[in-house]
Each structure stands twice: as C-alpha cells, then as structure tokens.
Design a protein around this ligand. Sequence first.
Ligand SMILES: Nc1ncnc2c1ncn2[C@@H]1O[C@H](COP(=O)(O)OP(=O)(O)OP(=O)(O)O)[C@@H](O)[C@H]1O
Length: 306
Amino acid sequence: MILLTGLTKRYGETTAVRDLSLRVESGKVTGFLGPNGAGKSTTMRMILGLDRPTSGTALIGGRPYATLPHPLREVGALLDAKAAHPGRCARSHLKAMARSNGIPGARVETVLDTVGLSEVAGKRTGTFSLGMGQRLGIAGALLGDPRVLMFDEPVNGLDPDGVRWVRELMRSLAAEGRTVFVSSHLMSEMQQTADRLVIIGKGRLLADAPIAEVLASSSRNTVKVRSPHPAALSRLRDRLTAGHAEQPSPGELIVTDVPVERVGELAHEEGVPLHELTARKASLEQAYMELTADSVEYAAPGGGRT
Ligand SMILES: Nc1ncnc2c1ncn2[C@@H]1O[C@H](COP(=O)(O)OP(=O)(O)OP(=O)(O)O)[C@@H](O)[C@H]1O
C-alpha cells in the first residue's frame, strides 16, 4: 500500500505537487493520469525518495522509502527506461542490481524470462530498442519480487503485442495481491488496465475513484432518442428537467444525465413512437478531458488540447 498525506513539492515559484493525499491499495491496478506537467513524475519520485517533499509524507507499507531495509524487495519501479549503462549487457545490469540489493542471482534469469529478454540477455543495452529498454526496466522493477510496483508510462515505445503484454502483466501482478501504481497518458489503455484512477492536474487531486465512478461523473453520459414524430419528441423534451434535453433536429433528442430506462418510460407515457433509444456512455478519454480542462498548461490556440 502507498499512502500520501498532504504531499507537496515546490520548485521555486512552481508548485509541482500540491497537498496530495491518497491511498493506493494492494490487489488493484491504480492508474495515475494527468496532463503534461501535472506532477505525476514528481509524485513518483517523492514516493521513491528521489525528491524530498516540501511538506507532507509518502509512505510505502507504512514507512518512508529511505527507512526500508531492503528497498528493492519492497518496491520496484520503472521510472526511466534508459537508466541502464549502455555498455553493459542486460544480464550483467540485472546481476549488479541483484548483488547490491541482496537478491539471489537466480532471480535474474526468472525476470529475464518474464519480460521475454532471455535470448538477448547477453547484448549490450545500448543496442536495445525503446521497447526492449522498457522490458529491461520492468525486469529491474520485478527483480526483488516486491509487493509494491510503480511504473511511469510503461507502454511507451511498445508495439501492440508489447502493450497487451504489459496490460496482462499489470493485471496478474495485482491479482497476486500486489500494489500496482501506473502512470499513463493513454486513457484508452488505462480503461482496459486499471481498476481505479487517480487524476491530477497542476499538482492537485482531481479524482480518486473506481473507473466506473469517474465515467459516471462525466456529463457526457447521454441518451439519443429518434422519432418520426417531432411534436411528440418535443413533449418528451418538455417532460425532462431544463438543461437535460436538446433537440438538435426535429426528429432527434439528446438527453444528458437521465438514465435510459427513465427516458424510455417517459417516451411511453407521452406516446412517442421510437426509431431509436440509445445510451451512449462517455469514454474515459471524454471524462478525463472534462476533468482536466482547467488544468492544461499547454493548450493549442482556440481552446484545443496538445
Ligand atoms: N527539478 C525541477 N525543477 C524545477 N521544476 C520542476 C522540476 N521537476 C519538475 N518541475 C516542474 O514541476 C511540474 C510537474 O512536473 P512533472 O514532471 O512531475 O509532471 P508530469 O505530470 O510527470 O508531466 P509529464 O506527463 O509531462 O511527464 C512541471 O511544471 C515541471 O516543469
């Protein structure tokens, strides 16, 4: 479990992380989302003791990282895929990590196998593709068989097979009861991988909830109604509370924030002949865009997002 309490980091004038309090639970994949510059990496660095908080605390299994007796056996992290020495082969890189952390050497072959690098384990890491570098970084995170795992953008540079592999790995690590905290800017990916989402913007907590709740909170949960009877459709519109229904064309009604069942019942009561009644769920991408709309530092002219 990771516990953050009032975690704050200031760099001069910039407040990178502001009073962040949250609990990342075991047995789940928790997605960590936010626009560029939101403070995700800074938060992860503070959890790993690589940055000192200005105020507040970050605890792993109840202790600050710096006081963990065997850090790599408690928490594994992928922060920077290029962290390996380019002149070393993958196997020696992992062996050195194992030796300096009191981890049995046999774990090296196990994790090389897990990440699919056994055949290239003798090659210098400088010759690795971005995707192979990511796999090596993940191998390093798994080396100490830790209960807590943190991954910063793990699918960066991976091909579709690699992306699927990372997704399955995260799910299986959580199923083993581990804490899996993973940052990503790929909302669709998080929708398929995470159980829970933590969303930050400009260093502040915007959401900390199960995925279904984040989606339900989006105003984009709509119901589309089509009828060949515009007058009947207008009656239905009038039955819905102000602001909940729009009639973009005479034969179509878009209803927001009313369950599809209720819209169907009202249509029946008003005798509206229906050609279509469709519930359209917001995608995580839409819910995320709404939540973070005010927190984007680098917006394109005209209000677009970069
Ligand atoms: N060492 C530093 N010195 C000064 N400012 C910093 C430093 N590290 C981060 N920042 C600033 O803190 C803010 C948060 O940065 P951070 O890298 O944590 O965001 P992020 O959410 O990981 O972004 P990205 O998705 O772009 O990696 C940014 O405004 C950044 O410029």
